[in-house]
Write a protein that binds this ligand. Structure first.
Ligand SMILES: Nc1nc2c(c(=O)[nH]1)N[C@H]1C(S)=C(S)[C@@H](COP(=O)(O)O)O[C@H]1N2
Ligand SMILES: [Mo]
Length: 198
């Protein structure tokens, strides 16, 4: 009646202690990688608990079937950005290339400069997860992860590795870069799982 339905619906999409932003902040540790020749400098490796390890060139990776996903970004530092459209390679298309050993229960994503992030395998395999090359119709910018970043819509945005270069399949959970620095092993924004003790 006296409230705006649209605004109210959007408010329901902002988790506890988050504020909506319309900008797109840039957050990461270290330098933005620079590439001059992706054919020579870039590869994507599937390794760890797999029957046979696979390494893809940039061309082979980009030739995989494409898909899209949308998400609301929730950054652990407190900003949320609604309605992001991502295009890229769905996780299931990448997983078709390997046979995962049954004892694998977690993945570690490996990014440029040895940056890492850990995710349970079941969460990693969820439909809607994407290796994205485009955001809102435009190629990713270098600072947002070009040429390829992971997007996992249901977890805090630090689990969405920029400049991703590989997937390691593991039996036991291990801390990635931010997890070693006190962040939560799982990172559910709706449960405010920001830090190790949350
Ligand atoms: N390779 C890499 N990916 C990363 C990070 C990083 O430091 N290195 N930081 C994470 C964090 S903490 C956040 S909030 C998001 C930020 O993504 P954006 O800069 O596109 O907003 O990237 C995530 N992915
Ligand atoms: Mo973050």
């Amino acid at each position: 009646m006296f409230f705006n339905q649209q605004t109210d619906t959007k408010r329901d999409r902002i988790p506890p202690n988050q504020k909506q932003t319309t900008g797109f902040p840039v957050l990461h540790y270290g330098d933005v990688p620079e590439y001059t020749d992706l054919g020579a400098e870039w590869s994507f490796r599937l390794f760890g608990l797999v029957e046979e390890e696979v390494t893809l060139s940039y061309e082979q990776m980009m030739a995989l079937p494409k898909g899209g996903t949308t998400n609301d970004i929730h950054c652990v530092t407190g900003w949320s950005k609604l309605d992001n459209e991502w295009e890229g390679i769905p996780v299931e298309e990448v997983l078709k290339l390997i046979k995962i050993k049954p004892e694998a229960k977690y993945v570690m994503l490996h990014a440029e400069h040895d940056w890492t992030v850990n995710i349970p395998l079941a969460d990693f395999m969820k439909a809607g997860n994407l290796f994205a090359s485009k955001h809102n119709g435009e190629d990713l910018t270098p600072e947002h992860g070009w040429p390829l970043r992971f997007v996992i819509p249901h977890l805090y945005f630090w689990k969405s590795a920029k400049w991703v270069r590989g997937i390691e399949f593991m039996e036991k959970d291990k801390q990635g870069f931010w997890e070693k620095n006190g962040y939560n092993m799982y990172g559910d924004p709706w449960k405010s799982q920001r830090f190790a003790w949350d």
